[in-house]
Structure formats: C-alpha cells, structure tokens
Write a protein that binds this ligand. Structure first.
Ligand SMILES: [Zn+2]
Length: 209
C-alpha cells in the first residue's frame, strides 16, 4: 500500500513532467495493459477537480489509465454525491490521497463573484446550487481590500473555494474523518495555473513533506 506522501510525490513528479513536456510513454495504453486493467484497478490518488476543459487531471499529472480516480464538477464544489464518490474510492481502493484541484480563472468562481455583485433573478436552481456552495467562502472577501482589486480578488476567491472544499472533505464525512485521523488519508488543496501548467499544492500539505 502506497503512503499518502508517496502518492503526493508521484503527482508532483507527474506535474513536473507535464510542465517540462517530458511525458511518461507508459501513460499510453497498449493491449496488454488494457487487458490487465480490465481485470482490476489500483488507483493511487483521488482528484476532485473542476470540469473546465483546460484542466484534465490525468494530463496535468501525466498519469495514464488506472492511476487516478477523478471526480470533476464545475467549481470543484463538494456536494453529497462528491463526498460519496470520495468515500467510495477511499474505502474501496484504500487510496491514501485526495487532491482538490481548482484552477486560475475558474468560470464558476467568476460566476459567483458576478452573482454577488448583481444577483440574476432568473438563474436556474441547478446552477444556483453550485454558486450557493462557492458563495460562503467567497463572500467575506468582498469586505476586504481585495474588493477593489479584481484580479487579486479572483485569485483569492479560487483559493478560498479550494480550501473550503478540502475542509469539507476532511470534516464532512465520518468515514473520511476517521481515515484522516488514522493518517491513512491526506486531503490536500491545490491550484492549477492555466498560464504555466504548474500545480501549486498550497493547502493541507504536512510540513515534513
Ligand atoms: Zn473551473
């Protein structure tokens, strides 16, 4: 069984390869690997990422088939079905790591900021359920100096939302809370830069790593 730190190092190294465009040829599946994977999977990390077309988790971490258990939802928000997916994956496969992967210029964050400035009366209730999950971590920022600095505000809002999602996974589920307390699972928040391709693991990384 891989440790949380080993899984983390594997993701960090994969992102390094992605950024320097020195990719792992083993990430492409051949017939033999496909047959092996059909018999069973042993993914080593869970990624809860945004649906944005510019942030495909497997590519960003230079991982092939069978490596990552990926959940993608606009704004990388945590609703019950996301918690359930993480619980399933962590319990079923014994995966030691969850990464909440947000990104710069996230459309869901921009939409939430827009909604806070100028509420749209005709917003669909489904869309509102996403904005509603982002709003609590973003709203307080509007009462700070950031309110007058649009770019910095978006950046801070992206990070606040990632932190909130990671915190929710650490404490919003008995199963996950138990795994975290037993140090069998680490939940880390990270931001992908659309501009540079670099993933910055900024939340929840133990100091010793
Ligand atoms: Zn996004």
């Amino acid at each position: 069984m891989m440790s949380s730190r080993e899984a983390f190092e594997r993701l960090r190294a994969g992102n390094g390869r992605f950024v320097s465009v020195v990719l792992d040829p083993a990430a492409i599946l051949d017939a033999e690997q496909r047959a092996r994977l059909a018999a069973g999977q042993e993914p080593f990390a869970i990624v809860l990422g945004c649906s944005d077309s510019r942030v495909p988790a497997e590519l960003v971490f230079d991982q092939g088939f069978g490596g990552l258990f990926v959940i993608r939802v606009a704004g990388n928000v945590v609703a019950p079905s996301q918690v359930g997916s993480v619980e399933f994956a962590a319990a079923r496969f014994g995966m030691p790591l969850v990464v909440v992967l947000g990104h710069s210029q996230c459309g869901a964050i921009l939409a939430t900021l827009e909604e806070l400035r100028q509420p749209a009366p005709d917003q669909s209730p489904n869309l509102r359920s996403i904005v509603g999950r982002i709003r609590p971590s973003v709203q307080p920022l509007l009462k700070t100096d950031l309110a007058g600095k649009p770019d910095a505000l978006v950046g801070a809002a992206v990070r606040a939302n990632i932190r909130a999602s990671a915190a929710h996974l650490r404490t919003g589920s008995e199963i996950l809370e138990r795994l975290v307390a037993a140090e069998k699972l680490a939940v880390i928040g990270a931001e992908y830069s659309l501009e540079t391709g670099v993933v910055d693991f900024f939340d929840g990384v133990p100091e010793a790593w």
